[in-house]
Design a protein around this ligand. Sequence first.
Ligand code: NAG
Ligand code: NAG
Ligand code: NAG
Ligand code: NAG
Ligand code: NAG
Length: 577
Amino acid sequence: SNMAAPVPISPEELEELREAFAKIDVDNNGFISKDELTGLFRAANLPLPGYRVREIVQELTKTSDQLTFDEFTHIVHGLKSTEVAKTFRKAINKKEGICNVAGTSEQSGTQHSYSEEEKVAFVNWINKALEKDADCKHILPMDPNTNELFTGMGDGIVLCKMINLSVPDTIDERTINKKKLTPFTIQENLNLALNSASAIGCHVVNIGAEDLKEGRQHLVLGLLWQVIKIGLFADIELSKNEALVALLRDGESLEDLMKLSPEELLLRWANYHLEEAGCGKINNFSSDIKDSKAYYNLLNQVSPKGDEEGVPPIAIDMSGIREKEDLKRAECMLEQAERLGCRQFVMPTDVVRGNPKLNVAFVANLFNKYPALKKPENQDIDWSSIEGETREERTFRNWMNSLGVNPRVNHLYADIDDALVIFQLYEKIKVPVDWDKVNKPPYPKLGSNMKKLENCNYAVELGKKEAKFSLVGIAGQDLNAGNRTLTLALLWQLMRRYTLNILEELGDGQKVNDDTIVGWVNDTLREAGKPTISSFKVTPPPNATSVTMVTLEVSDLTRMFYSLSMIIRFNKNNIII
Ligand SMILES: *[C@@H]1O[C@H](CO)[C@@H](O)[C@H](O)[C@H]1NC(C)=O
Ligand SMILES: *[C@@H]1O[C@H](CO)[C@@H](O)[C@H](O)[C@H]1NC(C)=O
Ligand SMILES: *[C@@H]1O[C@H](CO)[C@@H](O)[C@H](O)[C@H]1NC(C)=O
Ligand SMILES: *[C@@H]1O[C@H](CO)[C@@H](O)[C@H](O)[C@H]1NC(C)=O
Ligand SMILES: *[C@@H]1O[C@H](CO)[C@@H](O)[C@H](O)[C@H]1NC(C)=O
């Protein structure tokens, strides 16, 4: 079924390809020329005779002389298993700045690469974020020029702290083992970190405590990036920051704005300020920011002007914008960012190369510190439609994201209105999806909702006929239009089935139902000397003082199921299935 997956290139892979592209495209003109390709193979110092290099370059540029990013993506992604593609990948990985390491699948000889600049950026970020945390003194500060980052994650403490920083209150201070660590308590910390990472919506499939303990570089970096990104993006959302309404364009409704992803909102925000400054728009945080000019203008727009009480003005020195060399201009720009306390994530070379990941992080951090937006007054806005998501909705969203659905779900209802994510969830619970019946994006401009609705109808049909869910009164239209109650009814059954499947797998196929789980909860409570429960739908006595499980509210049912499956997954196997 992988062949027919709706979106074959994951955002992570696309990001990696962008980085690789930027590194090969030495003159930054947006194309990879034959010379640049030849240069790549030479620099990589592969044991290849000259004629082979020429042949490979010929093969890669068979259809056009210069590779655009799309062609590059197509080739690298499409020729995955051919010898040419392998050599190409090897050359990319050997290129300076991308380190090559052996990963988890050593037996199969797979090589994993990680980026040195990411490592440096994350080390600096973590050092600063946990600077004052007494529990991290044994690890921090880490030296960005060594591999301390990878060994530093090994006892799970820093990782737990970073997760809790990204989404406050995810981890209770008391549950982290900090003193006299043993292999057992370290394992507990790492399981806690993985469990919590998954609970905040990190995709943690194929990573286990062992990988963290042994500091497997690409896995550690991948997890850290997700944790950091979730924290950076946490407040880039209308319900958290009403001033974002200032980014509404003519003819748009609040709902349109709410549907934008954090990345899209950031781009809007940057362009809003660039427009105010009378500058041209940018389309991305990679090629379009390489010359630092947009950044200069953005810094100048958002820097404090002294009109807020207690915030002294900081005037940006714009003289560096006239610097002739990109690299020098980037350094001058970052010196100004530093004056705002926002020199984070990027080095001058990351700006000039247009590293998309690190540049998004740089901009997100700038947004968080200096949004410089005012909530427009006397505008006709129906604020009642801005509702924060409920805990239940967040649980569902994080659950989907932890399973790595593509695209990532930022807004529960809007992002599943074409049911593509639902189909992926069906596959996770082993309900076969006929992908030929599924409409895939990009949808035509005219009639796009019709295509989405067809998908939703098929999703409901699968639920009724194949999954045997109880979906009385639910139609495709309810999913498509985002009817809360009815959408949640389907999601709840998906998550419940998923959880029961996992428990059955762990129990060697033994049938599992709600009673089994209540029984397990009962046993656990009894062992702890706490009162037992008869079902999940307990109404806690008003004076209850016992453990969380007993004080469950009915709406916590979903969270309960989910947590339970996570606890069992991590503790039984120490690796996620
Ligand atoms: C997690 O965050 C909350 C709220 O910021 C804080 O009270 C708590 O001490 C933090 N726990 C850890 C383990 O850092
Ligand atoms: C960024 O946007 C510009 C147009 O403004 C485009 O030419 C360029 O290809 C884009 N770069 C990437 C990496 O998408
Ligand atoms: C969602 O569906 C239920 C059941 O059909 C209905 O009562 C409710 O009004 C719908 N909600 C919206 C917002 O349409
Ligand atoms: C759990 O305990 C309650 C109260 O002791 C009991 O009524 C119920 O039958 C138990 N449920 C299961 C599934 O063991
Ligand atoms: C809670 O209240 C009940 C009756 O109202 C009483 O029997 C019980 O002892 C109380 N529990 C605590 C912990 O105060």
